[in-house]
Design a protein around this ligand. Structure first.
Ligand code: AHM
Ligand code: MG
Length: 336
């Protein structure tokens, strides 16, 4: 069997041999893959089961929850709880930490997830995804409170996402590069279709919500201004723009052909620290991007080095092709 045809199980077992991957992490990843398969089915059949549209609820961030946000969250909670090593779950859709263990031990896992990212795309039949991250406790926390799960992304032992597009794919890292699997409907298996994903260091494509232009800081404005001047500007080349409304979809495109994704803190969102959440959006995707040879930054600091002070903390996000992220970091440096 060639490496390209491996099933997820075969890949995980060969990673266990190569990198001494913990068997509990393998079980957890398989449970996450199952949750993603089920969520993919819910997303595809949403229109038949009256599951599109808003639920009668808002989350802690004041956002109206979609029915599928709630369904996807239940699936993640249920499947992650299968693994006896998981001490706590942190979800975008749940206000507080959900502790599974009253007395967590060193070596237990914390799992963070955004069960359905980009969910405003659901009602218009566009791509959405799920994001997840796993941290292993290096010592037993003294209290099961919020502070016990506020850890920087450097501590991640695994992170990834599932994308529900024309096909369903699962992409993750355990710190040994990035591997992508496509769900094969005929066999029900995830199979390795994107081995060793690498983000090209250079790109002429960026993704940003340009409707916020009037709020941007000078370094972001400078970068986008220069790119938009194309052949006639300082970059001397045409730059293309994409914005899907789903970070997972934008990052998946960047992992497959390069590019830059930006959701910076700006004048309008600075009170909340930005738009995207650190623990279950920016940090996991930052880890994946770094493992694929890209960079993930706030403009001044690597995202995975940001130490959270709140559960649903937001952060400035600039990630993708390394040379472009470095360029923006340079613009921030020059602006100070
Ligand atoms: P969500 O988790 O509530 O769906 O929000 C996160 C999403 C990202 O996937 C996407 O990049 C961003 O919000 C889009 O924001 P905007 O509506 O400002 O374009
Ligand atoms: Mg999200």
């Amino acid at each position: 069997m060639t490496e390209r045809q491996m099933t997820l199980r075969q890949f995980l077992l060969s990673s266990r041999r190569a990198f001494q991957l913990d068997k509990d992490l393998i079980f957890l990843l398989e449970d996450i893959a199952t949750a993603c398969r089920i969520i993919s089915n819910h997303v595809r059949s949403g229109a038949f089961n009256d599951n599109l549209g808003a639920a009668d609820a808002t989350n802690v961030q004041g956002e109206t929850q979609k029915k599928l946000d709630v369904i996807a969250n239940d699936e993640f909670m249920r499947h992650c709880a299968n693994c006896g090593r998981v001490a706590a779950l942190v979800s975008e859709e749940v206000d507080e930490v959900y502790w599974l263990k009253a007395q967590p031990a060193a070596g237990d896992y914390l799992v963070y997830f955004d069960p359905l990212d980009g969910s405003s795309n659901l009602d218009v039949n566009l791509t959405v995804g799920s994001i997840f991250s796993v941290i292993e406790l290096d010592s037993a926390p003294t209290r099961t409170d919020e502070a016990a799960v506020l850890r920087s992304g450097r501590k991640q032992i695994c992170a990834g996402y599932s994308i529900y597009g024309p096909s369903t794919a699962l992409v993750f890292t355990t710190g040994h590069g990035v591997s992508g699997f496509t769900h094969q409907q005929t066999t029900g298996e995830f199979r390795l279709t994107y081995p060793d994903m690498q983000i090209p260091r250079d790109t002429r494509e960026f993704a940003i919500n340009a409707s916020r232009l009037r709020y941007w800081d000078a370094p972001i404005r400078r970068y986008i201004d220069e790119a938009l001047q194309g052949e006639d500007g300082p970059r001397g080349q045409y730059h293309n723009m994409r914005w899907t409304g789903s970070m997972v979809a934008d990052i998946h495109r960047i992992l497959t052909r390069g590019g830059l994704f930006l959701y910076p803190v700006d004048r309008e969102n600075q009170e909340t620290g930005g738009r995207l959440r650190l623990l279950y959006e920016a940090s996991p995707l930052g880890f994946v991007v770094e493992q694929a040879g890209g960079k993930a930054s706030t403009g001044r600091t690597p995202i995975v080095d940001v130490v959270p002070t709140r559960l649903h903390e937001r952060v400035s996000v600039i990630m993708g092709s390394a040379h472009e992220v470095e360029r923006i970091e340079r613009y921030f440096e020059e602006a100070t």
